[in-house]
Design a protein around this ligand. Sequence first.
Ligand code: CMC
Length: 430
Amino acid sequence: MSSTSSMLNVDDKSVELAVKEGTIGPSVVDISKLYGQTGMFTYDPGFTSTAACESKITYIDGDKGVLLYRGFPIEQLAEHGDFLETCYLLLYGELPTAAQKADFDYRVTRHTMVHDQMNRFFTGFRRDAHPMAIMVGCVGALSAFYHDSTDISDPHQRMVASMRMIAKMPTLAAMAYKYHVGQPFVYPQNELDYTSNFLRMCFAVPAEEYKVNPVLARALDRIFILHADHEQNASTSTVRLAGSSGANPFACIAAGIACLWGPAHGGANEAALKMLEEIGTPDRIPEYIAKAKDKNDPFRLMGFGHRVYKNYDPRARIMQKTTHEVLNELGIKDDPLLDVAVELEQIALKDEYFVEKKLYPNIDFYSGITLKAMGFPTSMFTVLFALARTVGWIAQWSEMIEDPSQRIGRPRQLYVGSPRRDYVTVAQRG
Ligand code: CMC
C-alpha cells in the first residue's frame, strides 16, 4: 500500500481509499467510491471533517491564524494592496501588472450603473425593509436584466457576469441604503476609485458638494479586502451548491447573500454591535460573560469564536487597527462601545471557558464599531460584507464551473423517519 492511500475496515470488508495531498494543509481521504464499495455513506453534519472540493483560491490555517489569498498573506494585501487588485488576484490567480490593473479597473468601472428599471424594484419594498432583504431580491433580479451574460457554458458571458456583479454590487448596496433613509439615489461617478465611489453613492446628497475622505475610503477598502474570500464557508458553499445545478450566476450570488445574512455568519457584525450597545457599560460585562457560558442560555458572545480559527482571527487584528485609524480620523476620542469591546475582549481572553474552547475575537467583533463611526447604520453592515464577498463567491463559482470533474452537489442522509407504511383515509384515522 502506498503512502497515498489508507485502509478502512467496514464490517468484514477492507477498503483501500486514496489519500490526496494539497500544497499545504491537511490531506484528504477520498471517499467518493465508498458507497459503491461498501453500501455506506459517511456522516458529518456541519461538514466539520469534509472537504467538498479542490480549490486554489484561499488557504486558512485556523490553528496558526493564517489566511492566504492565492498564497499571499492577508496582512500584506491589506497593507499594500487595494480591493480591485485583490479582486483580480482572486479571479485570475496572480497579482496584476500595472497595465492589467488599469484595464481591470476600467472594465469594472464601466459596469457600475444598473439598468434604470431596477429603480422600480426598490419602490416595491417597504421603507423599513432590511437592506439585506432588498439585496437578496435585487441581485437575483439582475438575471432578468442581463440575458447576455447568463449562459454559463460561454466563458465570455461568465466573465461579463462577474464584472457586472463586482461593479454593480456597490451601486445596489448604496441604493438599498438610500431607499432605507428616504434620500434620492446617487448615480456612480466613474472618475472615483471603487470604494470612494461607493462612499459617495451612500453619503452624497444632490443639495451639497460631497468630498470623499481619503482616510475613510482607504479604511473601507481595506475592510473589503479582509472580507473578499474565506474558502468554503457557508455562503460560498451555498453559491457552489446553487451553481452546481447550472443556475445562472446572478441567482447563485443571491443564494450566497441569503446564507450570509444569518447571525452565525455575516449577520454577526450587526449582532455584535447590537450586543455591545446592549451591554452599554464595562461594569455589565461579567453579566454577559456569565450568560455566554450558561448552557441553558442561548446567548453567545457575538463576534467571538470561529469554525476554523482556533487562534486570533488574523482579520480581526487588522480590523482592530483600522477601527483606531477611523476613530482618530473622525476625532472620536471616547467611544463607549469601543471601551466595552476592548474590555470585553480582555476579560474573555483570560476566561477559562473561552481559553479552553479556543474562542477568540473574529472579524465581526470590531467591524461594527468602525462602520458605525463611518456613518453606516447597523442594518447595512452585512450588506457591506456581501459587497466585498461577491468577488470570492464569483471566483469560487468560476473555479467550480471550469473544473471538468464538476457534478451537481447532492449530499446524502441518514434516514431516521418512519419505515414504509400504508395510507389510511381520514375516516379510518384514530
Ligand atoms: N460564545 C459563547 N460560546 C461559544 C461561542 C460564543 N460566541 N462560540 C462557540 N461557543 C461554544 C459553544 O457553545 C460550544 O460549546 P460546547 O462545546 O460546550 O457545546 C463550543 O464553543 C463550540 O462551538 P460550536 O457552535 O460547536 O462551534 P461552530 O464551529 O459550530 O460555530 C460559530 C462557530 C462562529 C458559529 C460560533 O463560534 C458562533 O456562534 N459565534 C458567534 C457568531 C459569530 O461571531 N459569527 C461570525 C463568524 S466570523 C465571520 C463569518 O465567517 O461570517
